[in-house]
Design a protein around this ligand. Structure first.
Ligand code: G3D
Ligand code: MG
Length: 183
């Protein structure tokens, strides 16, 4: 028997860290796919199969992408509302995007108390421009008990793995919280 779940996830982080590119890579397996976003938000769907605790799940990700980038934008609270999980993304070629992660955690947690998070350090293909790496991201991950991955939306490194890990955590959270009313 396969349990079907549909769960909202979102991506947070400074402008141009690669949020839209990561979604495109995962959903379409394409790096560039010019599309028009009309209402400031685009929701993409992708279905994955996950086995957890001996149970089969078909998880449909509803991946919310947002146009606005400012941290203190009130519109963002609606964007985080009801998310079952989120990535907080930074850009390994810009240190300030790592420093801003803590602020992204706090704005997210104001609206959403306990959904699982994963940190992503994106643009790993730009090695010669790197301003920080896995060590720094791991340190922050340890502080907040949040797992991390170093990704490249361009060449696809660890993109699929990151979404699968978030999927596993979303399902674990679902199993532990008995949140079946939110399906
Ligand atoms: P955002 O949605 O977080 O604002 P985008 O970021 O996905 O729009 O990406 C911002 C820019 O970074 C884009 O470049 C995109 O192509 C580039 N980018 C995203 N991810 C990667 C990556 O992993 N490696 C490299 N090399 N570039 C990446 P443009 O030039 O289109 O603005
Ligand atoms: Mg974007």
């Amino acid at each position: 028997m396969t349990k079907k779940l549909m769960k909202k996830v979102c991506l947070l982080g400074d402008g141009a860290v690669g949020k839209t590119s990561l979604i495109r890579k995962f959903v379409f397996d394409r790096f560039e796919d010019k599309y028009i976003m009309t209402f400031g938000t685009k929701v993409s769907k992708k279905q994955v199969n996950i086995n957890r605790n001996g149970m089969d799940f078909t998880l449909t990700f509803l991946i919310w992408d947002i146009l606005g980038q400012r941290i203190h934008d009130n519109l963002h609270s609606a964007y985080y509302q009801g998310a079952s999980g989120a990535f907080i993304v930074c850009d390994t070629t810009r240190r300030e995007t790592l420093e801003n992660i803590e602020e992204w955690i706090s704005v997210f947690r104001k609206v959403n108390k306990d959904a699982p998070l994963i940190f992503l350090g994106n643009k790993s293909d730009l090695k010669d421009q790197a301003q920080f790496g896995e060590v720094e991201l791991a340190e922050l991950g340890k502080k907040y008990s949040v797992p991390h991955h170093i990704t490249s939306a361009k060449i696809g490194n660890h993109v699929e793995e990151s979404f699968m890990e978030l999927g596993n955590r979303v399902i674990d959270h679902y199993l532990h919280k008995g949140e079946s009313k939110n399906e």
